[in-house]
Ligand binder design. Structure first.
Ligand code: TXA
Ligand code: MG
Length: 318
């Protein structure tokens, strides 16, 4: 169904963007992980419009973005484990799931709420001007790669959202680490820049979500993270995770640590950090070039490996 064109304000002013949001608008804004597409968490109609624009399944809840710990405490009931993790890693790329404090917040009918405090300066200034929690999933069409560059945002969202806020581009490139603090012990649902090892140092009891309980908390039968049951992050092309990039077809693309002359498109990276930053742009560029196969080299040991493998494996599982 063709959507009605919307007048999109494109601005680098966080206060202008906040005005649009507070009038009921939808705003795309940068964070340190990926771009977000947000509405006031108190405005349920605007939140529902985000689902239409993204074509997102209606049972997949949104993360609430707030400016600081005081605002976070208004939305969510933090327990000691949650406090510890947020004091250490926030502002930053970490999302916690807690019981929700305010019934008026949009949470796709769940009693829990996902919250995070971004560190991106543009996002922080925007959230301060908003002075309400901003419900925002990643700014991409549902199931497709998250977007990390303004050029892609302008192509995808001009005419579909009320405002696009231009600011500091995402530094990390993949989505935040998500931890469910409503289970005991807490469960790492989605690895990110902050990884299991980092979390274990301050929370030795933390567990990783096992693949068999992707959608249900086995003790309570409550849905754990609705988003986990959907295929994610996938470009149109076929994604192949490989140890060896040597013999890939010349019309294929590759991202990896080595350089090869005879491929249609490649991104060469020198660290897992650079890999995280480039992965989604690589997918987007492969689709723009109508490349059929995208080969991804296995990341190096150490920080980022767990998160990269998580995203690449999901993208590869069609
Ligand atoms: O880095 C990020 O987290 C980015 C930026 C924009 O902040 N956002 C993002 O949002 O990745 P999204 O919607 O693409 O991913 C949020 C994940 C989904 O898998 C969703 O199901 C889960 O968090 N989630 C949100 N609220 C939840 C809740 N109350 N209980 C369980 N899972 C929840
Ligand atoms: Mg997403």
């Amino acid at each position: 169904m063709p959507e009605n064109k919307v007048n999109t304000l494109i601005t680098d002013s966080p206060s202008e963007a906040a005005k649009v949001l507070l009038r009921g608008g939808i705003v795309v804004f940068p964070t340190e992980t990926v771009y977000g597409i947000g509405a006031s968490a108190f405005d349920h109609n605007s939140c529902r419009r985000i689902y239409e624009v993204k074509n997102r399944p209606s049972d997949n809840p949104l993360i609430l973005h707030v400016e600081n710990l005081a605002a976070l405490n208004v939305c969510a009931s933090l327990n000691p484990a949650g406090k510890l993790v947020f004091q250490k890693f926030s502002p930053g790329a970490i999302t916690g799931i807690f019981p929700k404090n305010d019934p008026n917040l949009f949470t796709a009918d769940l009693k829990t709420v996902a919250v995070r405090i971004p560190s991106n300066p543009t996002a922080r200034s925007f959230l301060e001007f908003c002075n309400v929690p901003v419900a925002a999933p990643s700014a991409n069409l549902s199931g497709r790669p998250s977007l990390t560059k303004m050029v892609y945002i302008l192509e995808e969202f001009s005419g579909k959202v009320d405002c696009i806020l231009i600011g500091e581009e995402p530094q990390i490139g993949i989505e935040s680490t998500v931890i469910d603090f409503t289970s005991n012990p807490p469960i790492l649902l989605r690895p990110g820049f902050v990884d299991f090892q980092d979390l274990k140092e301050i929370l030795p009891e933390i567990q990783v979500l096992k693949s068999e309980d992707k959608t249900r908390n086995t003790s309570t039968e409550a849905p754990i993270s609705p988003g986990l049951k959907y295929r994610h992050y996938a470009p149109i092309c076929k994604v192949i995770l490989t140890e060896n990039l040597e013999n890939i077809p010349s019309d294929a693309a590759q991202i990896g640590f080595r350089f090869y002359e005879d491929v249609a498109y490649q991104i060469r990276i020198d660290s897992n950090e650079a890999y995280m930053k480039s992965l989604y742009s690589f997918f987007v560029e492969c689709d723009k070039r109508k490349i059929e196969e995208a080969f991804c080299e296995i990341p190096k040991e150490g920080r980022g490996k767990e998160a990269l493998l998580n995203r690449i494996t999901k993208a590869a599982s069609k």
